[in-house]
Design a protein around this ligand. Structure first.
Ligand code: ADE
Ligand code: ZN
Length: 317
C-alpha cells in the first residue's frame, strides 16, 4: 500500500546512531539519553521531551538538517510511504531567528526535493511551535511560518507539553498562520482530556488534531468530531510506547473509527517508539480483524486531509 503520513516530527525521526555520531563529531555532551542497546531511553512523556530536546541539541547547522531529511525520507520509503507531512520547529532550526530559519528551511527543502526524486517520497512541512516554550516564542515561530507559507510549508501546528498553558494563549499565532494561508493542526487529546480538545477547537480553530484520542472519554465530543469531520492524526505506537495505553487492544483507534471519526494513522517519532509506518499498518490490520478495506479508508482519509495542493494529491494518489 502507498502510505500517506501526516504526523511526523523531523527531529523525532532521527535514528539514535545519527544523533550519537553528530554528538561525538561535535564533542557535545547530551547526557544519558540512550540505553545499553543504544536506543533512546525515557521513563515517561515529560522525560521523553527532555531526551528529545537533548538529542536535538546536536543539530546545530543547516547541513545537519539536510542529512537528517535524507535519512528520514529513506526510512519512510522503506515503509512504502509516498507522502509525508513533517513538523519543522524554528525553535530548533536557528532559534527562531528569521535569517537563520531561512537557511535551515532552504537546506531541508533542497534535500527534500533531491531525496524525494531518489526515494519517491514527497515531503511537505508544517511549522510547529512548542507549547511549553510559551506564547511569546510561539509568536516568533508563527512569523517564521507565515513568511515561509507556500507550496512546501503548508501548515502550522503546536506540539510539546499539552498540560502547559492553555490554547487561548496561542490564538494570536494561529490567527497569524491562518491569515498567511496555512492550514492548522494542534496536538491535543494526548496528555489532556476532552476539555483540552474542546479548548483547542474553540480557540485555535484547527481542522486536524495531533492524537485527539482522549476524545474517547467523552462520547458527545466524539460525535461532534465525527459530525464536523475533524481529522485525527492518530499515532497508536507512540501512545503505547509513552504509556498512555497499555497495548494495542486497549487503544481507542478502532472505537473512534467505528463511531465515525475521520481517523488517520502516523508514527510521531518512529525511532523513539520503535515503530515504522509499516509496523503501524501491520498492527492496525490485526486491530481491524484483517479488514483491508478499513486500512484503505484510513489511508484515503490521510490523502484527503493532507495539506498539500490538489496537483500534488493527484500525483501521489
Ligand atoms: N513532540 C514530539 N513528539 C510529541 C508528542 N508525542 N506529543 C507532543 N509533542 C511531541
Ligand atoms: Zn506529535
Amino acid at each position: 500500500m502507498k502510505k500517506i503520513e501526516l504526523h511526523l516530527h523531523l527531529e523525532g525521526a532521527a535514528p539514535p546512531a545519527f544523533i550519537r555520531s553528530l554528538a561525538k563529531e561535535k564533542h557535545i555532551d547530551i547526557g544519558k539519553i540512550f540505553d545499553e542497546a543504544g536506543n533512546y531511553a525515557f521513563d515517561d512523556f515529560w522525560h521523553f521531551l527532555k531526551v528529545y530536546e537533548a538529542a536535538t541539541s546536536v543539530l546545530t547547522r543547516p547541513e545537519d538538517y539536510a542529512r537528517l531529511t535524507r535519512a528520514v525520507l529513506e526510512q519512510s520509503a522503506e515503509s512504502g510511504v509516498v507522502y509525508s507531512e513533517c513538523f519543522l520547529s524554528p525553535d530548533f532550526c536557528g532559534g527562531r531567528d528569521l535569517g537563520a530559519w531561512r537557511e535551515y528551511l532552504h537546506a531541508i527543502r533542497e534535500t527534500a526535493d533531491d531525496a524525494g526524486r531518489d526515494t519517491g517520497v514527497t515531503l511537505r512541512g508544517i511549522v510547529t511551535c512548542i507549547r511549553h516554550f510559551g506564547p511569546a516564542k510561539a509568536r516568533e515561530t508563527a512569523r517564521c511560518a507565515a513568511e515561509a507559507a507556500g507550496e512546501f510549508i503548508t501548515g502550522f501546528g503546536i506540539a510539546g507539553d499539552e498540560t502547559a498553558g492553555k490554547p487561548a494563549d496561542f490564538a494570536w499565532s494561529f490567527d497569524m498562520a491562518r491569515e498567511a494561508g496555512l492550514r492548522l493542526t494542534a496536538h491535543a487529546g494526548e496528555w489532556g482530556g476532552p476539555q483540552s480538545i474542546r479548548d483547542c477547537l474553540r480557540d485555535l480553530r484547527v481542522e486536524r488534531l495531533g492524537h485527539g484520542v482522549r476524545a474517547i472519554e467523552d462520547l458527545a465530543l466524539v460525535d461532534e468530531l465525527a459530525e464536523a469531520g475533524t481529522v485525527l492524526e492518530v499515532c497508536p505506537g507512540s501512545n503505547i510506547a509513552l504509556g498512555l495505553y497499555p497495548d494495542w487492544r486497549a487503544h481507542p483507534v478502532r472505537a473512534l473509527y467505528e463511531r465515525g471519526v475521520t481517523v488517520t494513522v502516523s508514527t510521531d517519532d518512529p525511532p523513539f517508539f520503535h515503530t515504522t509506518m509499516q509496523n503501524e499498518f501491520d498492527r492496525l490490520h490485526a486491530v481491524f480483524d484483517g479488514d483491508d478495506a478499513v486500512l484503505d479508508r484510513i489511508n484515503r482519509n490521510a490523502l484527503d486531509a493532507a495539506f498539500c495542493d490538489a496537483d500534488t494529491k493527484a500525483r501521489i494518489a
